[in-house]
Design a protein. Structure first.
Length: 466
């Protein structure tokens, strides 16, 4: 059940009116939202609702034990909780990859064996809800959030349908306190939520879908059939597509949660205007990058032991962040590229200190093109395809894929990074005092306009596969 579909619209209207009819009974309201979230998730594969329930029960139980045990036993319990979450994630997401690699390695050494290769179906959104479970267990151990008062709260934390399948990764310290109190929907929250939904719908269905179907997918499928201009356009197009696709989901998730009375953290902050790779990761997929910082980079030692140690730690963090995205060597290479560039940046800053050596505009251009190089690895299904894309950048040929419309969408998708940083919030602030009929007409007209100009069909969001 995708956000930009009629089926989801009907589902959400039912959830919205039912949830607010229970606004005086917070326990029943949360139970209803949990059941609705399980129904939402079951539309992909009902069998994995059981996995959601099991994961929530395990994390709730470990959190409760950590809160009751003395300090000497807490470390063992948190290690157990993290290990169980990683075991669930590792089996479903990486089992096939590691068995395949092990088989190839044994064959290479002449020890060919029939390894137990199972056809494991990847549950949608498993990376997101397992990372959420890990952060809950660790934060209870660190004292950043108290153990949840009820199993219902942990289940809803991990299953709440707006963020369930593609984030943002909402931490327990952000959401559990909101579950404790009866939510209230203010005019500002409603206006902001509706604008985010409209903006996300536009980015996904008009920009990302058009660029994907008519440029990125065909060029990446067979780079040899296209010349340098088409291939360059496909690379820039994918940069726009993945941003518009993923930020659209985050915007709609935040907007949907707001209409239900809950606040999610911002997940994107104009990443393509970053002047360094470190800055890029402070702006791109903020909930993941901050998660990697707090639960991986800092426990590894962060920058506490000097420059070399911090370089090693950031490289390891980014490589593992690449592996989080998928069980493929291309994702590992993508993470290594981002980690390697951040190491170079740290060494550069250590050598030049606070002196501004590179103009900001140069930093933005260089960072953007390094990110685009990484997107080739991220999008390509193999190293051979990535190499074919790079080789095609030097091949002269006719322009057959790039059209004026696609060029306009690419330029527009990049230009939106230089809008006022909080444009949607500013618009919501101005519109919150408008009469309800005026606001309703404006939102309705925006929906109709998007429906009129968007292409047929809705492709799944890119981050559903992670």
């Amino acid at each position: 059940m995708l956000f930009p579909t009629l089926a989801f619209g009907v589902f959400f209207l039912f959830v919205y009116f039912t949830a607010w009819s229970l606004d005086r009974e917070n326990g029943r309201r949360k139970l209803f939202l949990l059941l609705a979230s399980w129904f939402f998730y079951a539309q992909w594969d009902w069998r994995f609702v059981g996995l959601l329930i099991l994961s929530a029960v395990l994390n709730w139980g470990v959190g409760a034990l950590i809160a009751r045990q003395p300090g000497s036993k807490k470390a063992w319990l948190v290690g157990l909780g993290v290990a169980v979450n990683l075991l669930i994630l590792g089996f479903f997401k990486y089992y096939g990859f590691f068995i395949e690699q092990a088989g190839e390695l044994l064959t290479r050494f002449g020890w060919e064996r029939d390894l137990p290769l199972l056809q494991v179906v990847l549950p949608v959104g498993i990376s997101f809800f397992t990372f959420q479970g890990i952060s809950y267990v660790v934060d209870v151990h660190r004292g950043k959030t108290p153990a949840a008062k009820s199993l219902l709260d942990v289940m809803l934390l991990m299953s709440f349908f707006p963020h369930l399948v593609a984030g943002p990764i909402v931490r327990a310290s952000d959401l559990l306190p909101q579950f404790d109190r009866t939510p209230r929907l203010t005019r500002e929250m409603a206006t902001h939520g509706l604008l985010l939904i409209v903006w996300g719908l536009f980015k996904k269905t008009v920009i990302a879908s058009e660029i994907s179907v008519n440029l990125v997918d065909p060029v990446f499928f067979d780079p040899s059939a296209y010349g340098a201009i088409d291939i360059a356009a496909a690379v820039y197009g994918y940069a726009v597509q993945i941003y518009c696709d993923f930020s659209a989901y985050s915007d709609m998730a935040i907007g949907i949660a707001a209409l239900l009375g809950y606040s999610f953290p911002r997940n994107f902050d104009q990443p393509y205007r970053a002047s360094s790779m470190q800055s890029f990761w402070r702006r791109w997929h903020i909930s993941l990058s901050s998660w990697l910082r707090d639960y991986l980079y800092v426990p590894l030692g962060g920058g506490r032991k000097g420059l070399i140690s911090s370089c090693i730690n950031v490289f390891i963090t980014m490589v593992l962040g690449g592996l989080w995205h998928g069980a493929a060597w291309t994702f590992l290479a993508w993470g290594a590229l981002h980690g390697g560039v951040q190491v170079i940046e740290r060494l550069f800053r250590a050598g030049f200190g606070d002196r501004k050596v590179i103009p900001t505009v140069v930093g933005v251009l260089v960072t953007f093109h390094i990110v685009c190089l990484g997107w080739i690895l991220f999008r390509a299904e193999s190293f051979d395809m990535a190499v074919a894309m790079l080789q095609g950048l030097g091949r002269i040929g006719p322009v057959v894929a790039l059209t004026p419309l696609l060029l306009t969408l690419i330029v527009g998708g990049l230009a939106m990074h230089w809008l006022p940083p909080r444009a949607i919030e500013g618009m919501a602030e101005r519109l919150k005092t408008a009469p309800s009929i005026t606001l309703g007409l404006l939102i309705g007209a925006a929906f109709l306009l998007i429906e009129a100009v968007r292409p047929e069909g809705v492709a799944p969001f890119i981050y559903f596969q992670f």
